[in-house]
Design a protein around this ligand. Sequence first.
Ligand code: ATP
Ligand code: MG
Length: 394
Amino acid sequence: MTILYEPNRRVAQQFAMLLGSDTLTVVTSSDLARLVTDLPGEWLVVLGPGVELGEAMAMAAGYRLSRPSLGVVLIRAQTDVGVLGDALRAGIREVVPADDSVQLLNACARSVEISRQLLPVSPTRPEQSGPETDAKVVTVFAAKGGCGKTTVATNLAVALAEGGRRRVGLIDLDLAFGDVAIMLQLVPERSMADAVGLGPALDGRAVRALFTPYGPGVDALLAPTGPTEGEQVKQDLVTQILQLSRSLFDFVVIDTPPQFNDHVLVALDLSHQHVLLTTPDIPALKNLRITLDTFDLLNLPQEHRLVVLNRSDAKVGLTSADIARVIRTPIAAYVPSSRDVPVSINRGVPIVLDNPQHPVSRAIQDLAVNRLADGQPGRPTARGLRGLLGRGRR
Ligand SMILES: Nc1ncnc2c1ncn2[C@@H]1O[C@H](COP(=O)(O)OP(=O)(O)OP(=O)(O)O)[C@@H](O)[C@H]1O
Ligand SMILES: [Mg+2]
């Protein structure tokens, strides 16, 4: 597998296609740092023409000491002798011109061969050394469409990550009509459907490769681009992917379609916490009541449930007492209604990132930190600090 870092998305896509399907592409240095740390067995980083020379040399010099088996190949729009000398002195293995694809592929192959010789044993896979973490799994669900599941799931993921202090995997389980990619403005180059047919090759590393980096601490496993691809993803595969994802993150947040399908049942079964959304209108409340009854029938523990009233302040003639009477369950969070929510969605930036002081953001942050992370502050890991120092969101 190859890690490609190129800040320009369009250019990144071109080189990713050239380098092959097992290339992981990142567009920020913080995502690169995180991926390199998360994948201790990787052998090759390709730095695109948009990466500044100084940054590239600093990275290569760092890896030469901390990860000698990780080769760096640098692509330059123009290569001159000065650049070449400086780059090689910094530890970059090869510098290749951007318009010579054959030279690039040969340089990558040579670098991998050097890494292989430096590290004769096969690289450690995360699951071979035992799971690094055992993520808490949170499923966001509502049986009625349009209650705000994807809005809450994406913002919860960002709030839980706290700028990179925790690692969060956001999984879009709405395989037919998933909106996570569009809400985060991510290009769905990989999805859960890419795991179909992998069989025994589906391990932690393969699952990690399915995730698309978003921002500090947040990676997203996107829904396939069409409903047909989604149909190929069976219940067993979802179970495997969710279980393997637990070893990769501190939190796994799952967005769902508005129905109890096989995939949703798997997610609910594997979750430590069920965030159940409703809005203050009779159809949504009735559906939540039915959902709660169904959860009882399925023996899903009551203590896992966190009911969130979205658009809680909407003036619709229902009092909190009316709502409590219908759902017979305490409400864990009240998320107000605001036109800033659709505005942030249209801009492709979750409101928690866009405006952390906004009442909607505060409600979701409170749910994330005080109810889901048990009030524990995130761990200030080196990875997290690097994330905070990086460019942050895109
Ligand atoms: N608190 C809020 N204030 C204002 N608008 C909101 C709020 N929460 C969600 N919305 C809007 O409601 C719409 C539906 O939200 P969203 O897509 O998150 O719902 P969903 O439950 O995921 O829908 P689906 O069932 O189709 O997947 C969006 O246009 C979103 O902007
Ligand atoms: Mg949705």
